[in-house]
Design a binder for this molecule. Structure first.
Ligand code: GLN
Length: 309
């Protein structure tokens, strides 16, 4: 097998040099100023050893990668009843699209498009104060990453709240179908804040370990979810984790993955590694341009695609 250290170092060097870096998201003004020249990668194996490259310790806005963790939390709270509020089919449309909602009576296609994630957040909120729900999400992040230093970037959250007109529209639309139970403001407040959690590649890869090792953190032995649930969350990441770019990601990378408009991607090689990459420039569907290319290189060189080497 190729030497992981050498492969990661080569990838970091290639990504540092490339001039095609995609475009940073500008619809959240606070993200528009992020330097697109950055690139980070962290790979964690079963023994907890981290192989890192580039800007692996620079915190970034995890944005929609947080939806993996809110989905996990909501399933833990209400189990399969969650599927009354959200589907689990790929949408084939943009992350912030509203069109399917009308045809499908306000039930979002899956938990990873914005509408679906807002419906999931609404279930976590479940009548509590937004502050309590956010505290719960943040404590969960501390637990799974084994790192109490993870925080929310309040500037990003405020920036999203000021300009999140589409998300306000999606939430109101769902509310009109009775899909959301809490006041729209409350649910969106929690949603904007969990999207604004800041983490480095190292922290994000740490947080993803339970998905790679049958629901358990192999270092601490802490159980987060059952093996069955970890498998199913991975399945949804594979089919829906990159919106209308999910097919292309499966084709090129071959791992369950979840992207965010901050440029981060969490990818899971079951039984092998938890991987986080970050490059702020996005492709035309809003997924990290160099992040995807870096993962494609990694899985190809290491033979880690779930579809075979
Ligand atoms: N917070 C972002 C939004 O609601 C998340 C989108 C994303 O990362 N794709 O638009």
């Amino acid at each position: 097998m190729p030497d992981l250290n050498a492969v990661v170092a080569e990838i970091a060097e290639e990504m540092r040099q490339r001039t095609d870096r995609g475009e940073v998201a500008t619809y959240i003004p606070e993200l528009a100023g992020v330097d697109a020249g950055q690139f980070g990668i962290a790979v964690i194996d079963a023994d907890g050893a981290v192989t890192a490259g580039g800007d692996a310790d620079v915190p970034f806005s995890i944005q929609s990668v947080s939806k993996v963790f809110t989905l996990t939390l909501a399933l833990g709270k209400i189990g399969d009843r969650l599927w009354r509020h959200v589907g689990r089919e790929p949408s084939g449309s943009a992350f912030n699209s509203i069109v399917q909602l009308e045809y499908e009576q306000g039930i979002p296609r899956n938990p990873f498009i914005n509408a679906g994630a807002i419906a999931v957040t609404d279930q976590i909120l479940a009548g509590h104060e937004p502050r309590e729900a956010l505290g719960e999400i943040l404590r969960f992040m501390h637990f799974i990453a084994d790192d109490p230093s993870i925080t929310i970037d309040e500037k990003v959250a405020a920036s999203e709240r000021r300009t999140g007109f589409r998300n306000v529209a999606l939430a109101n639309y769902m509310k009109s179908f009775g899909v959301l139970q809490n006041p729209v403001d409350y649910t969106l407040g929690v949603y904007f804040h969990h999207c604004s959690i800041a983490m480095s590649c190292r922290q994000l890869a740490m947080a993803g370990r339970f998905l790679a090792w049958r629901g358990k953190n192999p270092t601490t032995g802490h159980s987060v979810v059952s093996p069955e649930r970890a498998r199913r969350i991975n399945a949804i990441m594979l089919t829906c984790g990159h919106y209308d770019g999910s097919g292309e990601f499966a084709y090129r990378v071959g791992l369950p993955g979840k992207s965010g408009v901050g440029g981060g991607i969490l990818a899971i090689a079951p039984g092998i590694a938890s991987i986080a990459v970050w490059a702020p420039g996005l492709d035309s569907v809003g997924n990290s341009h160099l992040g995807r290319i870096a993962l494609e290189r990694l899985t190809k060189r290491m033979g880690w695609s779930i579809f075979g080497d």
